[in-house]
Design a protein around this ligand. Sequence first.
Ligand code: DGJ
Length: 730
Amino acid sequence: MSIHYDAKLQIFHLQTENTSYVFGLARGTYPLHLHWGKKIRSSAVSDLFDPGAMGFSSTVDPAEPSLSLDTLPHEYPGYGSGDFREPAYVAELANGTTVTELAYVSHSILKGKPALEGLPAVYAETEEEAETLQLVLEDSLAGLRAELSYTVMKGFDTIIRSARLINTGTAPLKLNRALSLALDFPHDEFELIHLSGSWARERHLVRAPLRSGNQGIDSKRGASSHQQNPFLALLSPNAGEDSGEAYGFSLVYSGSFSAGAEVDQYGSTRVTMGINPFGFRWLLEPGESFQTPEAVLAYSDAGIGGMSRIYHRLYRTRLARGLYRDEPRPVLINNWEATYFGFDADKIEDIARAGQALGIELFVLDDGWFGRRDDDTTSLGDWFVDKRKLPQGLSDLAERVNRLGMQFGLWFEPEMVSPDSELYRAHPDWCLHVPDRRRSQSRNQLILDLSRPEVCDYIIDAVSSVLSSAPITYVKWDMNRHMTEIGSASLPPGRQGETAHRYMLGLYRVMEEITSSFPHVLFESCSGGGGRFDPGILHYMPQTWTSDNTDAVERLKIQYGTSIVYPASAMGAHISAVPNHQVHRSTPLSMRGDVAMSGNFGYELDLTRFTEQEQAEAAAQVAFYKEIRSLVQQGDMYRLLSPFEGNETAWMFVAEDQSEALAGYFRVLAGPNTARPRLRLQGLDPEKDYVLKETGTVYGGDRLMYAGLLLPELHGDFQSKLLHFVAVTA
Ligand code: DGJ
């Protein structure tokens, strides 16, 4: 990993182990992109600038007609001086115009990776782990400066980009758009993938060829959303799981975002990504600055799988933080689908006791323990215990669970307020709203205005005092609606367009303070399942409830799609009752278990209703998961068969030192008169022998990967098999 500036050629060359990112300065002024992809040795690539055709394009200098902003590949383009493609930023000057042009001023190359003020970010543990280029551009006429940041990290084929925009003038500026990056590719021979869906159907993999014009995804919901994930990748046309080129773009942000690819008239492709400009306005008074979130770019020539493994390892080890970044995640039992709002302390203890008998390590008390919350119409914001249900309080219940030898966890939804709550009655202006307009409810609730520091302080105090009141070692942090009537009572008219992003900054402060005050607590984020499954939240909370849909068949697609960017250690995955509460399908306990064991494993049903046979099966599942959890939570994931392409799904996890592997095979429907499938594994050491623990049979790693393994006979619908291999030591 290194960053080199060739002063003679005016070229910046950022190198990671296998990749190069190169850009140069045209006329010492315009940073123009030259190459991102497989590593090249030399920086001498300025001859790649191709002014190309010039029909109908303006020029910067009549003496050099080919120098047109419209045709050149830019690092951080603006709008108004000749480039008609999607800009990275738009600034409105005090005179009402929006024409700006950033020119190179200076640069510096630093060791390490500076933190981003108030925003989640990938981090380096030592200065030696990273190098950062800071490029300063300026439009002195407008009084606008941009500091572009590019980081390379040791051991990762990623480029991490962000921008800081500063008002260096004497008059106010308005930012109408401030994206994290733009990147121009010289061709359009790509297919685009992204992760789209809805509540209970999150992150389905979508793939389509690029076409001329704009194509992209966004969220205007004030959350990264179930509907679109802040990620896209460009693939070489025939790229598959293990071959072809993949260029990934992932935004470390949890609010409204936009990401797109624009194919222009000459067949070049511009990718842009950042905070959604729709509805965004930011006032910069003289001397003020605006920091964009960062985007993580990952390149692999080993297909989508290669790209995913880069993201998995980076997000697992250098985005997630805290004790549970490295500690094994406990097996849990959550009472939500077992009791919903109807429970008391004895019922909870009964479920916990049944869990303890199975070897489960953590009991999680879900929604309904506070205020007077017997259904979802009331009490959000009133974070004091409901003595009708828990007369002895939370600490008594937590201690009862502890006495069983289990840890105790608790659900919160801190960002919300019920109109029927003491908090709302005391502070009706503490929610997002627009004066005199309806306050649209969703799930009977409103959103607290986290752009207000005093609201954030209230949340920090309320959650902290509950966490200090009882031995709580796990928190499920839920968030169950999207933003409407986005406005803040505390911001002046000229700053209303800042509300949604200020909310995110407030949320990140709240999460930072609470997670650092309670370092022993494992935090799992949730938003009606996976509505905020994004890298921003993962910086504070190392795992997320992947989806409210716990049906084993549906989970194959949800977990497969999620794994395109996010590691298994980030995914909460539970066994729930059948018929399933979301799709009413009945699948065997074995398949529900095998799918859930591909993430952070747990149960979410009334364990006291298990038959003896189910108890024995579940106890074996828990014991098996404890044996393999380090593989799932810390291993490298290889996807073998896609649920988006057929009836079968397979994936596997391999220990970093290739000493152990777990392969999972899942078949949805049985077919008549079919041959037994042969599964070819990946990621093993071809020179090593591996014993399949269940049978004791020894196989060569090469044979398992190149010739495959004949899977055992499976009968009926909804069948699955987990295969645990351990390397034979000489
Ligand atoms: C939505 C979550 O996704 C569920 O798991 C559960 O916690 C409910 N909220 C509780 O209201």
